[in-house]
Write a protein that binds this ligand. Structure first.
Ligand code: AMP
Length: 368
């Protein structure tokens, strides 16, 4: 079976690496011919093929999926008229738009930040007056890694926030959630409706980019894990989702608040390559190919550390017990995700020691 993937970044690369052992083969719809996925299949580039590229992509595979959600839904809809696409356009449309996400959370009774739709500077001022400060203002579409956001801390910043973010699309203004930490849950749903959830991950960000994740998130009680499972399962079923879905949440003294969804494999799930019985990538491939899902159970406490901006020395990382290096074949650039390291241990103290060893090998990493 051949899988066509919209996007040819590291997520596509790791999907393909997971699918190869059961004979899946791949094509990628991606502008950059030398993208991270290029060694693993045919890259169909709109830059090279122009108007014919979508037809060529459609002809190149049996089943389709995507590795990032900021693709025009129209392209995915076109493919879906002819061949199966998982997750469906419905899942994509929800995750692409923060307003749709908030409406879905409300419909399913999942707590989330109070919000206002913002179409003008006056709307934004009104949001400040009703929701109070600080106020988190976001573009409804297209934001990632903290881009397309402005935190208003003083009323005088309203005009600046409006000027920086408005691009003809509505904005969303959210009440600031005073969270203890950020957690995410990854789950997968098969074509037969079978659903499996991974343990909650604790995610730490640095300058808006995920720095590292620890799994299972330390000090999570069974009730919190069960609550998150109930939230994500209700989303999966509501969307009739097929494939992996990620739910990012804030943990507060009042419980979990949903922040956003991603209809795809996620950076906070990379630990699962070595840390779970079946990784998020393999499970996504199984779901897309209509195969039985694998166990999402963790094998041992695990951590994922992103390599950002500059590569470490390969030998330094591989000398650390139970550390695995995953490089994406990208050139170094400030703030760019170049790869990640997964590390496991039999207990969380040893995991902490190994994470500290890894931090010392990373040129750009703050203390873990
Ligand atoms: P997002 O793009 O929605 O994931 O937001 C990026 C980051 O901004 C999150 O990881 C949080 O650290 C922070 N953030 C987003 N929304 C809120 C909120 N309503 N309250 C507090 N912090 C937020």
């Amino acid at each position: 079976m051949k899988i066509g993937i919209f996007g040819g970044g590291q997520l596509g690369r790791m999907m393909a690496l997971a699918g190869y052992p059961f004979n899946l083969r791949f094509s990628f719809y991606e502008s950059a011919e030398n993208c991270p996925s290029a060694p693993l299949g045919e890259v169909i580039s709109d830059k090279v093929l122009g108007a014919n590229s979508l037809e060529a992509f459609l002809a190149s595979a049996d089943v389709f999926t995507y590795e990032f959600e900021n693709i025009p839904a129209l392209l995915v809809e076109y493919i879906a008229q002819h061949k199966p696409v998982y997750p469906s356009v419905k899942s994509l449309a929800v995750s692409q738009n923060r307003l749709n996400e908030k409406q879905l959370f409300a419909k399913l009774g999942i707590p989330a930040a109070a919000y206002h739709q913002v179409h003008s500077q006056a709307d934004l001022q009104q949001a400040v007056d009703t929701l109070g400060l600080p106020l988190v203002v976001k573009t409804t579409m297209g934001g990632y890694d903290g881009k397309g956001q402005f935190v208003i801390r003083q009323t005088e910043q309203v005009a600046q926030a409006w000027a920086e973010l408005q691009q003809g699309l509505p904005l969303i203004a959210e009440a600031f959630i005073d969270f203890e930490r950020e957690l995410s849950m990854i789950a997968v749903r098969g074509q037969d409706g079978d659903t499996r959830c991974y343990p909650l991950a604790w995610n730490v960000h640095h300058q808006g980019i995920l720095s590292h994740s620890v799994v299972p998130a330390p000090d999570v009680d069974a009730a919190t894990q069960a609550q998150a499972e109930q939230y994500i399962t209700s989303i999966l079923h509501e969307l009739n989702h097929v494939g992996v879905l990620t739910l990012e949440m804030f943990q507060t003294p009042d419980g979990l608040f949903a922040n956003e969804t991603a209809p795809r494999v996620h950076n906070s799930g990379h630990w699962s390559i070595e840390g779970a019985i079946c990784s998020q990538f393999e499970n996504h491939m199984r779901a897309v190919a209509g195969l039985p899902l694998g166990s999402t159970q963790e094998l041992r406490p695990s951590a994922m550390i992103n390599i950002i901006g500059q590569h470490p020395k390969t030998a330094d990382i591989l000398a650390i017990p139970e550390a695995h290096l995953h490089l994406y074949g990208k050139a170094e650039r400030v703030g760019r995700k170049l790869g990640h390291i997964t590390v496991t241990a039999n207990d969380s103290n040893t995991l902490q020691v190994r994470m500290a060893q890894i931090a010392k090998c990373l040129p750009n990493q703050m203390a873990l």
